[in-house]
Every structure is written in C-alpha cells, then in structure tokens.
Design a protein around this ligand. Structure first.
Ligand SMILES: [Mn+2]
Length: 341
C-alpha cells in the first residue's frame, strides 16, 4: 500500500474508533494486550514444563511469531510470514533432523509460544509505541521461562529493536549482534518513522543494547548508512569485499564479556537467486551455504535470534523462500539449543 493509502486507512480507523468514548477504547485496548500476554505466558509456561518433564535441557529454542509488516517502507507481506515458515519447518518433503544431527521433533530442542497477535491489537487502535512494548513484553515472558530462548519469526525488520531491547533488559546488559542483511537498517528515521524497518539498528545502538554490531551482506547502503555506521562504531562488512573478509567472518568468536550473542537474519542477505521471496530484491548477495558457514562456525552463546523480512507475497508458487527461511530457523535452532548430555 502506498503512503496515501496508509493515511486513508489510518483516517478511517481513527474515525470509526472516534465514535466511542476514549475511556472505553483504552479499557478495550488494555484487555486485548493483557489477553495477548496471558496467552503467550501460559504457552511458554506449558512448553517449559514439558521440557522439564522430558528431562530438561540447558537451552531450548522457542519460536515466537511477530506478524508485523506495517513498518516496512515498501511492501507489507512479511506480516504473513510466521505461519508460512512454521508450515515449511514441518513440511513432509524433508526430515526433522538438522544438518548436525539435532532432532527438531524433540521438544527440548524446539518449542513454540505462538504469535503475538499484532493485527488484533492494531484493530483496536493500539499505536506503534505500545505495540512495540507488547512485542518486548512477549519476548521477556518467553525468557522468564528457562531454559526457553526466543527465536523470533518476523515480520519486517522493525521488530528487531523491541526484541533486542527485551533480551538485553532481561539479561541485564548488552550483547554482541551478528546482523546479516543487504541493508544496514540504521537510518535515524525513514520517511519520518523512527520505528521503520530501516531504522531498527539506530534504535538498538542508541539504546546501548549492543557492544559490537557486525553487519554482513551489505550491498545497498547510502552515505547516511555509512555515516551512521561510523557514528555508532558498527563493523560493516560489505559484499564488494566479501572474498577478502570471508576467512575472518567464517570464524567469528563473539559474546565473551557481555551477555551473549544475538543473531538477526534478514532473508534479503541472501542473493535473490537463493531467496526471491523478499520485498527488496538486491543482487550480489550471500549464498545459502555462505550464511550457514557464518552461523555454524560462530563461537559464542546465542541467547536469542530473529529471522525477518521473508515476504510470502513475493515467493515462488512452490514456496521456495519459505523453505529457505525455515532452514535458517532450523539451523539457528540447532545452534541455540543445548541438551544436557
Ligand atoms: Mn534488508
């Protein structure tokens, strides 16, 4: 939808709500937020209890869907991604073992707390500031149930800010972030939106949530992107020099002396040949195996992660990019989850 379309929608939304007394709206909004958080809390509790009943684990990956697409500057399809990714994870065309032998059907390896009901909240007029806070609260709720560690399914990239904020608030200090993306997403604000998917890492760096931010796969960056990168001390690894940086990037050691490592994967870090189902097609990207090498060889304690910007509305008819996003999730799960034995 164009920005004019968005403005008309917001006007209509506001007008229909304007016929209700503001107290009533506020009460309704509080109830919807409470109900959303309660559902995620109960699911997370149940899943953590199941892990304990099965003998426990050191770390269990827990999916949390955030179907939010309206902070995208172009297409909003990522709002529809979480169910498509889940479907592809459990698709019968492949087995449920990860490359290095973890069994995804083992609930101590992979768990699921469901989706944050973004559209339901927007339907009752909840604005971005509260929406983002509810995303943060949902992530915290999952982390309050050890050994669960959140792996968030986006959504557009704007969700990484409230997710990283929740993770570092919960752990009590910053993390190192490995950010794979064609874009640095570090504009101070994009088209006036400070919550834009192109600004999430500006908010993360301003908030002091990352000690180190490594951006890999970058090949669409403006002057402002580079200046903001310098301003925040971001380590930007651009694709034009990837062959030179490759050895270093495929042997990363991160998270020591801080609260751990956060991995944020924008599916458009991949070359469109590997992942056509994204909003911003940017040639010259990483191969799927390139991403696997980065992630699988990384040394560090991964406390949380996200996979964002898969746009099912741009995917091929056979859902190729859904499988790609699902495999990223499967292999991140393999990396994050730790069984006791
Ligand atoms: Mn991107």
């Amino acid at each position: 939808m164009g920005s004019m379309g968005k403005m008309v929608m917001r006007f209509l939304q506001k007008r229909s709500l304007a016929t209700l007394p503001s107290q009533m709206i506020e009460k309704g909004q509080n109830r919807v937020v409470e109900a959303s958080l309660t559902l995620i809390r109960e699911r997370a509790k149940l899943k953590a209890e199941l892990v304990q009943a099965l003998g426990g684990s050191i770390a269990t990956t827990c999916l949390l869907g955030v179907p939010l697409g309206h902070n995208s500057s172009f297409l909003q399809g990522p709002a529809f991604a979480p169910p498509r990714i889940r479907e592809a994870i459990w698709c019968g065309s492949t087995n449920s073992a990860t490359e290095k032998g973890k069994e995804l059907k083992d609930s101590r390896v992979l768990s699921d707390a469901g989706d944050v009901p973004i559209q339901e909240m927007r339907d009752c007029g909840i604005e971005d500031e509260r929406l983002m806070k509810t995303v943060s609260d949902s992530v915290k709720i999952v982390m309050e149930e050890p050994p669960l560690r959140p792996l968030v399914l986006g959504g557009d990239h704007s969700i990484s800010y409230p997710v990283v904020k929740a993770v570092t608030d919960h752990l009590g200090g910053p993390v190192d972030i490995l950010h794979l993306d064609a874009h640095p997403d570090i504009y101070d604000a994009f088209e006036g939106n400070k919550y834009s998917h192109a600004s999430s890492f500006a908010r993360i760096m301003e908030g002091g949530h990352a000690r180190r931010l490594l951006q890999v796969g970058i090949r669409s960056i403006t002057k402002e992107g580079r200046e903001q990168g310098k301003r925040f001390g971001v380590e930007q690894y651009e694709m034009h020099s990837f062959s030179k940086d490759r050895d270093f990037l495929e042997n990363l050691k991160l998270g020591e002396g801080v609260k751990g490592v956060y991995i944020s994967i924008d599916v458009d870090c991949l070359d469109p040949a590997f992942a056509p189902g994204v909003s911003h097609l940017e040639p010259g990207g990483l191969s799927f195996r390139g991403v696997m090498n980065l992630v699988q060889n990384l040394q560090g304690d991964i406390v949380a992660a996200d996979v964002v910007e898969f746009n099912p509305q741009r995917d091929t008819v056979d859902g190729m990019t859904a499988m790609v996003a699902a495999k990223l999730v499967r292999e991140l799960t393999s990396k994050m989850s730790k069984l006791a034995h």
